[in-house]
Design a protein around this ligand. Structure first.
Ligand code: ATP
Ligand code: MG
Length: 610
């Protein structure tokens, strides 16, 4: 059955390789500094600097607001002295004065807070985009190494702690600066009393630091334990079918309960420490007030000080208390932000192992000649999977790759698409080393259908058109027909508009595989790799798919990785893979006749199905 798919010429236009999806996205406007020798906050600085207008306004206004606030106690002092004691000024003038300054402090405070939060959440969004964007560029080997649960928690909590510090630390510094001004006012009112009032402040500072020091480890433990819970929940949701089929609900609930208990312990410990320390932090300033009242009172009695001054001192002391307490917090936040930033950098500094070399060119007008030249390959854990793997595949040829399970067949597919790089040797398409080609042009020309197809939670039409979002409905249907999927799709209540559930679970394994085949056929790659692509499809439907494919495969280089003899029969040649090498190469019949190992492998891998 001839199937009108898109012509090759249209798929070889790489001006917008990833289709319409990315064209509107221009990436984060900023980058962190790539210079690893810089301190962490210098590296983050460009992100914050990109919001300098809102941030500058926030800090400026918060400064103005605090200056207004520090004026109030002094005005109060003047009012009490001049209006109440000396009767030299009118009461209403002083009241209006104080109200106006208070109003100004309030308004500037509100606006500054708005700008602070605006900056904070924009910085957070920037960092998040930076990380997510970077994650999409990282190579498979990175994902082999890291746990996705950890990554997600890192992206969330670490970004938050860096953002908090980056935006609130400058505000605390402003507060401290205001503290200096307040102290100046106190000194100007009465030097001795100012010094007496300040005696508690160093103690407050030390207590604050001590408290943070005890709390710091416990807050780390809490974070780590929360991440554990997240991982367990994640596994329970994703693995719910396995859990239920092995009736392990009870065990999983216990595992979760244990983890939850450990979180609870950490939170309780945190509350205990807070409980032990906060009375000190809260009541030390009262001691300062008591000192002011005692010594200031004596001074007033002896006529050395006005009553208003005591009121002003009280107000200033309360004002000073905040920066002294926050200074301790600043230290702790700084430590945490540093650790968080370093973990964020760990991800951002991770280089994709698969790099386009400078001057890489687009693979164009592909004939489809595929050459494996003495390829050696090991995954990052070290075991050699391919050793001196050598093979030559002619343009338009269909070759079956056969081997025991774990022999490295899928690995070969991953190398041709450059999901991993060969350790030694080279893979060439039309005589071009893969390393010389741009990645998008390579991957648009090599289509792989995996045995475990991932479908997105979007309509079937959009799933098939994933690689070619602008494809016409006719093209999508033609691809579905070729993959023998059209019939069952047409029978669904909403046809091509049916949204498949998370990971396409509402479809059977075979149906998902057929959609995945259609998805790759639509892109119409000149080189096609079918990795166990029909393993879940029953033999009769598979035969139909291959009947349809046969005409499609005629003009393209195809590697089929398969266990079924019916699939292998499609190929004009069989490569037998054993110990990372091609140990036999010939037609199915030739290998059957000459290579006992081939019969053995076939017997092993096909016994279940024949
Ligand atoms: P099957 O027929 O079961 O699909 P296969 O021939 O496709 O097997 P591969 O998936 O290529 O086998 O795996 C070859 C070997 O490489 C196996 O021993 C496997 O354990 C190992 N391997 C596969 N993927 C990775 C990875 N990401 N990291 C480390 N080792 C891996
Ligand atoms: Mg495999």
């Amino acid at each position: 059955m001839p199937v009108p798919l898109r012509s090759k010429a249209t798929t070889q236009n790489f001006s917008n390789p990833l289709g319409g999806v990315r064209s509107s996205y221009e990436g984060p406007r900023v980058e962190i500094s790539r210079d690893r020798t810089l301190s962490w906050w210098r590296r983050i600085l460009p992100v914050i600097a990109s919001h300098r207008f809102t941030f500058g306004t926030a800090i400026g206004l918060s400064f103005v607001s605090l200056v207004f606030q520090t004026l109030i106690p002094n005005l109060l002092n003047g009012a009490i002295t001049n209006v109440l004691v000396r009767h030299s000024a009118a009461l209403h003038v002083s009241v209006i004065e104080i109200l106006l300054v208070g109003l100004a402090a309030g308004i500037t405070g509100i606006i500054s807070r708005q700008y602070v939060f605006q900056t904070a959440y924009n910085v957070e969004a920037d960092l998040r985009t930076l990380i997510y964007e970077h994650l999409t560029w990282l190579s498979f080997s990175f994902y082999d190494r890291v746990q996705s649960g950890q990554l997600i928690s890192r992206a969330n909590s670490d970004i938050r702690s860096v953002q908090m510090y980056a935006t609130f630390a400058p505000l605390i510094v402003v507060q401290c600066f205001i503290g200096v001004i307040a102290f100046g006012f106190m000194l100007s009112i009465n030097l001795v009393l100012a010094l007496i009032a300040m005696t508690v402040m160093p103690i407050l500072y030390v207590v604050g630091i001590k408290m943070r020091r005890v709390m710091f480890p416990i807050s780390w433990i809490t974070q780590a334990r929360l991440a554990d819970v997240a991982t367990i929940v994640d596994e329970n949701i994703n693995g719910v079918r396995v859990i239920k089929s092995f009736a392990q609900e009870e065990a999983e609930i216990n595992r979760l309960a244990d983890a939850a208990e450990r979180v609870a312990w950490a939170y309780i410990k945190d509350a205990q420490i807070r409980g032990q320390w906060s009375p000190w932090v809260q009541n030390l300033p009262q001691l300062g007030l008591a000192l002011v009242l005692t010594f200031g009172g004596l001074m007033v009695i002896h006529g050395h000080l006005g009553v208003g001054a005591i009121l002003a001192f009280n107000a200033y002391l309360l004002m000073l208390q905040a920066p002294f307490m926050m200074l301790g917090q600043l230290v702790m936040m700084g430590q945490r932000a540093k650790a968080s930033a370093e973990r964020i950098f760990e991800v951002l500094d991770e280089k994709s192992e698969i790099q386009e070399r400078p001057g890489a060119f687009d693979l164009d007008h592909v004939k489809g000649e595929l050459d494996f030249k003495n390829v050696n390959f090991a995954y990052s854990n070290g075991a050699e999977i391919l050793k001196d793997f050598t093979a030559h595949i002619e343009p338009g040829e269909t070759v079956a790759l056969v081997g025991r399970t774990g022999s490295g067949k899928s690995t070969v597919a991953r190398l041709v698409t450059r999901f991993y790089d060969v350790s030694d040797g080279a893979i060439e398409i039309d005589g071009h080393n893969l390393r010389d080609l741009t990645l998008t042009s390579l991957r648009s020309n090599v289509g792989v259908v995996l045995d475990e197809p991932f479908l997105f939670s979007i309509s079937i039409r959009d799933n098939i058109a994933y690689g070619q979002p602008e494809a016409s409905m006719e093209a999508v249907m033609a691809a579905a027909v070729a993959a023998n999927a059209h019939e069952f799709i047409a029978q669904l209540p909403e046809g091509y508009d049916t949204v498949v559930g998370e990971r396409g679970y509402t479809l059977s394994g075979g149906q998902r595989q057929r959609i995945a085949i259609a998805r790759t056929l639509l892109v119409n790659p000149p080189i096609l790799i079918l990795d166990d692509a029909t393993s879940a499809i029953d033999v009769h439907v598979e035969a139909e798919i291959y009947r349809a494919l046969r005409s499609l495969l005629k003009n393209r280089t195809t590697i089929v990785i398969a266990h079924r003899i019916s699939t292998i029969a499609l190929a004009s040649r069989v490569l037998l893979l054993e110990d990372g090498r091609v140990v036999a190469n010939g037609t199915h019949e030739q290998l059957l006749a000459t290579t006992p190992l081939y019969s053995q492998v076939l017997a092993q891998t096909t016994s279940a199905e024949q």
